[in-house]
Each structure stands twice: as structure tokens, then as C-alpha cells.
Design a binder for this molecule. Structure first.
Ligand SMILES: C[S@@+](CC[C@H](N)C(=O)[O-])C[C@H]1O[C@@H](n2cnc3c(N)ncnc32)[C@H](O)[C@@H]1O
Length: 270
């Protein structure tokens, strides 16, 4: 699909986070407006390609940990993004073929690729919801979600690189608390979030690029990111800059904290 022939609902004329992220990861599912925003972001912060890569690696490690070490069999991945292999169902079902995954995103481009997200193991199940994180009640009431995930059994809630797109005006802590309220004891929250702690000027520049396009992006300091885990039991090593969270054996030298600028953690609901 060229930019000119894109369906109007894809809003090819303005950047969308899922497509900017796809471009930064080297994907092809993006339009000129997304590429321009990504390039402007890279002028503000030349390391902009590193956070998406580290996020994907964190997602893989955290899902593998949940499936293999914590016995989690159901995953709710909100802010899925354009499919990038391996995705959650591939990682989880490699450990436990019966794993069930519900993907959620509010970007029409992700919806256009939903079929790629819905292929999974025969024993397991995957489902895709076109829904907005900020409307928690509607999301949780979705029949497709209820048919795939048993909310009486522990769930791995994945909020990977999405909460920095929810500004304080939308009360992000209340959103996460309401999602967790709906999940039973023994469920987990995995969350990663951009921070300006190591290079405030660069990240203010990136946020400004998004703002000019009408997209909210709010980087947060470590204590504000740790607050998402309030009331939960953090799994070791707590909230860390991503490469320091349970690195794979034999992983090479990690990028610097400044280059990564994303904190992440995993915690269990008591
Ligand atoms: C940076 S991408 C992260 C993708 C993936 N989680 C990862 O880490 O590789 C953020 C995703 O969140 C989605 N998103 C942003 N705000 C959202 C909202 N309010 N409801 C649902 N999805 C949202 C965007 O469309 C985008 O696909």
C-alpha cells in the first residue's frame, strides 16, 4: 500500500506511534508522516532506535519468564504494536503450547495486521481486540476477551511501552489499578516505560515532536514509573533500565542507560 492509496481510516497523513515504532525497528509498515516524525525524533535523540529494540528483548524475556518460571498460561498484551516476530504468543507457546493471548491496540494499522497475530498453536488460542486502554470497562467486558481469557485464573498483564502515551490527564495509575483489580491473586504486571532521567533535553525534544503531531507522549522519572507497581510484589531485580532486567546468558555488552532510557519491571499481585 502506498501512502496515496492508504485507506482514510489509517490516517497516513499524520504519524501514529505504532508505525513510528515499526520504522525505528526497521519495519516496512509505515508512511511518510511516520518516517518524518521518526527522523525528527532521531535528530532530537540520535539513540532513538535503541529503546524499541531493548523493549522487544525485554518483552521476550519477561514472557518467557512468566510462562516458564511463573506458570502463567494467559496473557493480556495491551499496546501490541504492529506484529514483530517473535510476538507474545510465539514466545509463550514455545514454552507452553496451550498459552492463550489477547492482543489489544487502538491503531487501525495494527488491526490491518491482526491476522498475523492470530496464528498460534493448535492447543493455544490468540485473539485481537481493537480497543482503547483508557476505556477499561469496555475492554474488560469484551466477549472476545472473556471467551479467550478466564479472569478467575492468573493473567500476565503486559503494558510494554504504552503508558508513556497516556498523559497524567487520563490518570494512568487509575487505569492500571482498574485492570489489576479485575485480575486474581497470582497475576503479574509487566511494564516498561520511557524515561528522561538520563537525558532530559533529548527526551523533551522527542516528546515535542509527538506533541506537534497531536500525540501525547509523557516520559516519567523512575519513582513515577515504580508507582505503577504499588501494592504488588516486585520480582527481582525490581525496576531497572531494561538490559539490567534478567539479561540472557551470554548477552553482549549492553547499550548505556542514556541510550536505552526505558525502565521496566515485573511484579506479582499478592
Ligand atoms: C511503542 S508501541 C509498543 C509495542 C509493543 N508493546 C512493544 O513493546 O514492542 C505502543 C503501542 O501502544 C498503542 N497504544 C497507544 N495508546 C493506546 C491506547 N490508549 N489504547 C490502546 N493502544 C494504545 C500504539 O498504537 C502502539 O501500537
Amino acid at each position: 500500500m502506498t501512502d496515496e492509496t492508504a485507506a482514510p481510516h489509517l490516517q497516513a497523513d499524520r504519524p501514529h506511534p505504532a508505525r513510528v515504532y515499526d520504522y525505528l525497528l526497521g519495519g516496512k509498515d509505515n508512511f511518510a508522516a511516520d518516517r518524518a516524525a521518526a527522523e525528527a525524533g532521531m535528530r532530537a535523540n540520535p539513540h532513538s532506535r535503541i529503546p524499541p529494540r531493548e523493549n522487544r528483548a525485554f518483552l521476550r524475556r519477561v514472557v518467557r519468564h512468566l510462562a516458564a518460571e511463573a506458570g502463567i498460561r494467559q496473557f493480556l498484551d495491551i499496546g501490541t504494536g504492529i506484529p514483530t516476530s517473535p510476538n507474545v504468543h510465539e514466545v509463550a507457546q514455545a514454552v507452553t503450547p496451550e498459552a492463550r493471548v489477547v492482543y489489544v491496540d487502538n491503531d487501525p494499522m495494527v488491526l490491518a495486521h491482526a491476522r498475523a497475530l492470530l496464528s498460534g498453536s493448535v492447543q493455544g488460542r490468540t485473539e485481537y481486540l481493537d480497543a482503547d486502554l483508557r476505556d477499561v470497562d469496555k475492554l474488560l467486558a469484551s466477549p472476545a476477551l472473556r471467551a479467550t481469557i478466564d479472569l478467575d485464573q492468573p493473567v500476565g498483564l503486559l503494558l510494554i511501552a504504552i503508558m508513556h502515551f497516556v498523559g497524567d490527564d487520563d490518570d494512568p495509575y487509575a487505569i492500571v489499578a482498574r485492570l489489576l483489580d479485575a485480575l486474581p491473586s497470582g497475576s503479574y504486571l509487566a511494564l516498561s516505560h520511557l524515561t528522561g532521567d538520563f537525558d532530559p533535553a533529548a527526551w523533551e525534544g522527542v516528546a515535542a515532536v509527538y506533541r506537534r503531531s497531536g500525540v501525547t507522549m509523557q516520559v516519567r522519572a523512575k519513582p513515577a514509573i515504580e508507582r505503577f507497581f504499588d501494592g504488588l510484589d516486585l520480582v527481582d531485580p525490581g525496576v531497572q533500565v531494561l538490559p539490567a532486567w534478567r539479561p540472557d546468558a551470554g548477552a553482549g555488552a549492553p547499550p548505556t542507560d542514556t541510550q536505552v532510557s526505558v525502565y521496566g519491571g515485573l511484579a506479582r499481585k499478592p
